[in-house]
Design a protein around this ligand. Structure first.
Ligand code: FPP
Length: 258
């Protein structure tokens, strides 16, 4: 398993890193990690580069994070790549981000398949450009029988809209007699959300120093542990990811109990 890890740093660091990974795997790792990948624009600005250069660098971190999550035995990784509000950005930036799934999957799909990763997506597919949707659907189709890590892209995703849509479906099923009022509980309601096939995240990571949820998985994050870092997404490396997992392993989760 370990030799599969694509280590991101030089050889000198790699044995320390391997030790760390092995140590972390002695304790339970989160089943579902969700990440708000923030700070691409600032990373680029600091280097006097166009914002899209930050997104491109961020895409490389998606690959590395996916591989490490897989090696750690994390079962689900949800990455917030584009929100329903991100359409407000300049046209060239939106167009560029919409090309990233094609570039990412065009390059790394064979590697994802080789590593038994299953690709999924949450978000509003019908507003995505056709080329973006096609790339994602091809990856979903080609990885549907894989049973390793689920790599779930949140693309054109917005949690409030998701909840309203779920309520509409609930009302519809109620009117048609498919759902009775007494049968509607939290678990049943969750089944109407886009994340119905996934467990709730155990750990939420947000990079870049912003301490907010930005309309991400508002229902699903009710009992998740949060870990924030000032590190900008393109600088987020394996040390940071392992630090987040270690912090999670030290938390005491009580889910409202004692
Ligand atoms: C937030 O940073 C980042 C985004 C809105 C885009 C995230 C996209 C990627 C990391 C690449 C996705 C890759 C695939 C394969 C889909 P920001 O632009 O808001 O940064 P800023 O707050 O510094 O301006």
């Amino acid at each position: 398993m370990l030799n599969k890890i694509r280590l991101w740093k030089n050889q000198n660091n790699s044995s320390t890193l391997r030790d760390k990974i092995e140590k972390i795997k002695e304790l339970p790792v989160p089943d579902h990690v969700a990440i708000i990948m923030d700070g691409n624009g600032r990373w680029a600005k600091k280097r006097a580069l166009p914002r899209i250069a930050g997104h491109h660098e961020g895409m490389k971190v998606v690959r590395k994070t996916t591989m490490l999550a897989n090696d750690l035995g994390i079962k689900n990784l949800t990455l917030y790549a584009f929100s329903t509000e991100n359409w407000k950005r300049p046209k060239n930036e939106v167009e560029y981000i919409m090309k990233l799934p094609e570039e990412f999957l065009g390059t790394f799909l064979p590697e994802l398949i080789e590593n038994n990763v299953q690709v999924k997506m949450i978000g509003y597919k019908d507003q995505l450009p056709l080329h973006t949707l096609k790339a994602i659907e091809k990856a979903i189709e080609q990885t549907k029988n894989n049973n390793g890590l689920i790599l779930n892209f949140a693309l054109n995703y917005g949690s409030r809209a998701e909840i309203i849509d779920a309520v509409k479906k609930v009302l519809n099923d109620y009117q048609r007699g498919i759902l009775k009022e007494e049968d509607l509980d939290e678990e049943r309601f969750s089944s109407y959300l886009m994340t119905s096939s996934l467990p709730d995240p155990d750990l939420l990571i947000r990079t870049s120093g912003e301490i907010r949820l930005s309309n991400f998985m508002l229902w699903q994050l009710a009992y998740s542990e949060f870990w924030f870092t000032d590190v900008l997404w393109p600088d987020f490396d394996e040390e940071h990811f392992l630090k987040a997992i270690e912090a999670f392993q030290k938390r005491q989760r009580r889910f409202g109990g004692l």
